[in-house]
Design a protein around this ligand. Sequence first.
Ligand code: GLU
Length: 306
Amino acid sequence: MPDATTPPGAGRYAPSPSGDLHLGNLRTALLAWVLARRTGRAFRLRVEDLDRVKEGSEQRQLEDLTALGLDWDGAVVRQSERGPSYAEAIAALEDQGRVFECYCTRREILEAPSAPHAPPGAYPGTCRDLGAAAREQGRVRMHELRREPALRLRTDVASWQVQDLWAGEVTGTVDDLVLRRGDGVVAYNLAVVVDDAAAGVDQVVRADDLLSSAPRQAHLAHLLGLAEPGYAHVPLAVNAEGARLAKRDGAVTLRDRRERGEAAAEVVEQIGHSLGVVGCRSAHDLLERWDPATLPRHPWTVELPH
Ligand code: GLU
């Protein structure tokens, strides 16, 4: 097994255990594995179980990935076990004077007039420069609401550029993003950055609904003195109406398909077909036959059995 810290690095798949993986998730996982193996990288599996955990889901997801023919290097990493590493990263940012407490509710942020040129929903900077008295007031208010203040990053850039295998150079907004939420849970953006770096991940393959998060994450890596990974964002899977694929659309998981008498190989074949590879029956087959340059750049409209 390649060492996590030596080139050529690692790829990964990082599902949230909130339910069974659907065809879109399985396709992204396969592509992440293929891209890593193709380039001689290790492949890591990380369970993003900081919230939205459904009992038994992790086990089922791992079984389904194995059934597709995926394997991974080293132990499965669970975010719920990585608290000390996240705390260390927040402390490092605090040492740089880059962390501030935020007392705003979600609603207040949405209703606040946004800064000029800021995209809708970007943090308007309300708590960034509060004096000691205002901070004390904020803490009292949080106490009454039985919440902790959220911790936010004090950024001094407005945007950051990342490199995506398919989208090329992508520049996106960086705002004063949340590092730790008001309920005490570490924010997704921080956890991802810390975990990818710790696992030697230098190639992040995932669905393209996260493309707009990549500049924030890469910037955070930069501030933490960590290497910024390359990205490869895969178009989402959608139903016949063009909406994001969901459970209610029908037989969308490996288990649904199995109940209909289909084998995993048939699901791989359908995924391969969506990638322009005909008659591909296993992950290894895809590894040998798929050319990453041919990835369709539009969402995958999944055809489901009736
Ligand atoms: N856990 C996220 C998801 O399942 C993916 C996060 C990532 O790949 O960075 O959508």
